[in-house]
Design a binder for this molecule. Sequence first.
Ligand SMILES: [Zn+2]
Length: 320
Amino acid sequence: MVQSIEHTFGVPVEIEPGILRVTLPLPSGPRHVHTYLVRDEDGWMLVDTGLGLPGPPWREIAAGLDAPVVRIFITHMHPDHVGGAEEAARLLGVPVLQGRLDYAQCERVWGSRDWPERIAAWFLRNGVPPGLAEELIESGHVFADFVKFAWNPTLVDPGDEIAGWRVLATPGHADGHLCLHRDGVLVAGDHVLSPITPAIGLYPESRPDPLGDYVGSLADVAALEPRLALPGHGEIIVGAAERAAEIVAHHEDRLDRTEAALGAGPRTGFDASHALFGRELPPIQRRFAVAETLSHLERLVVLGRAGRTDDGLTVTYTAA
Ligand SMILES: [Zn+2]
């Protein structure tokens, strides 16, 4: 099955009156990311900004609208969503709104020089061999040059209202991930995707149980029964509650397989990632595989289905 969708990049497409989608290219992964323009009473809000590649013609796009763009909202600090924020804000001359927790993590990861060393140390603790850890860091920082987030945005918090949109905390894919909800429309970021499922990884200095967070915040969103969800990748989602249930089932299956990968002897997250995702993976995918395996291992520990030992050097897991 072909999982990528044909897209015309940089051209607004009307989803319904008052909602435009502008899709931008990505050099890897799903090869595209969606941004949205949503009509508020006082003008248009741009949601997410793509990677910081040259090109999105924001001024030309804005010139074709019936009202000015008045604000930019960022769902989360991953490169393909926040990377173009500074440039979009400069071109449009509008403020950027970003979650308080999300912005703190954005600065820590993309705005600090010691992040590569901290994440390397963390990979080593989780069993990644030193040579490979270096490769994982390099592959992870391929994007760093293209992350031009907006410094000192207007900080928002869950529960705030922005032009009638309710700000929802939706941790999981990123700790500080936010969605917006208004009149049955969910601006979903990477919280609910179709047909791909959002990556749920454990990373250093992140919340301890991202998969538990994720399943909880999926239930919150499903309870709202949005009629339309606008995701960062893939297809527009009609019936987000059903899609949320499918994603939960996917993680339950992966939890079972993660549990099956454990035995009486200690295994690191890196070891277990081989059982789940195979031995042959390019570094960038191994990086996601280790992080995703760890989020499932930590969830199993919380559920009493696995044991965890940290001897100060290495973290290992055993069957419960
Ligand atoms: Zn994304």
